[in-house]
Ligand binder design. Sequence first.
Ligand code: ZN
Length: 271
Amino acid sequence: MPELPEVETVRTVLAPFVVKQTIQKITINLPKVVVNVKPSDFVKVVTGQKIVDFTRRGKFLTLHLAGGDYLVVHLRMTGTLTVERADVPYAKHTNMILTFADGQELRFVDSRGFGRWWYFTSGQTDTSGQLQLGPEPEAVTLNYLRDHILTRKTAIKTLLLDQHIVAGIGNIYADEICFRVGIRPTRAGCSLTLAELEKLHAQIPAVIGEFIQFHHVPFAVYAQSKGTSYQNDANLRVYGRAGLPCQKCGQPLIGTRIGQRSSVYCAHCQK
Ligand SMILES: [Zn+2]
């Protein structure tokens, strides 16, 4: 499931192919992908518009249109975005196609079908709460964490996954951040010492920033994998490694569940 670093890869790789394009035609093959307007209205208002910027906030991508309107995309579990020539055969589960005036297409492929698109007019904001996000990892301050982590009895992992607290962290990087800080993901937020909170404050942007660098792939690699290759596995220390030896101490890593989510940690290195 793409998290902030993966979504940032999508943005940086595709931005040169998307910005300045005019949307000539829109094809929606799965109507429920459009959340807040009728698919027919989406097609009507977006067709003919020019894309002027492509930005990211948390795990959400935004296509900014010339008149100030904007489209928001969330890839959820399995959504991918690619830019293809119109003569390239469509992958199964191509749920949305934006055909550009130069003949290229921005394709949204999503096998699980959970990915979503929103349309907003200039100045309009989300009222559902889904798009209301906490600060980006690099903008989180120590005081902010003190207010939002030390006051809570909830497991630190669950707090890190809460998009209203910090935007962009998912299951992978929550585990990696806890490992770096040396705290078990099951610890209550309020149980953290000030020293641990300071480490957390340093590691949230450090881990996310490093993985943005690790994921820096050229367009050819991205296109060949159809937007699914992020090359992060080799750099993960705990996520997906339950039962394997900890790379720091050699003890087998422990797999557990926190809420509905799988979690991996080292019982020796994480207190
Ligand atoms: Zn260890």
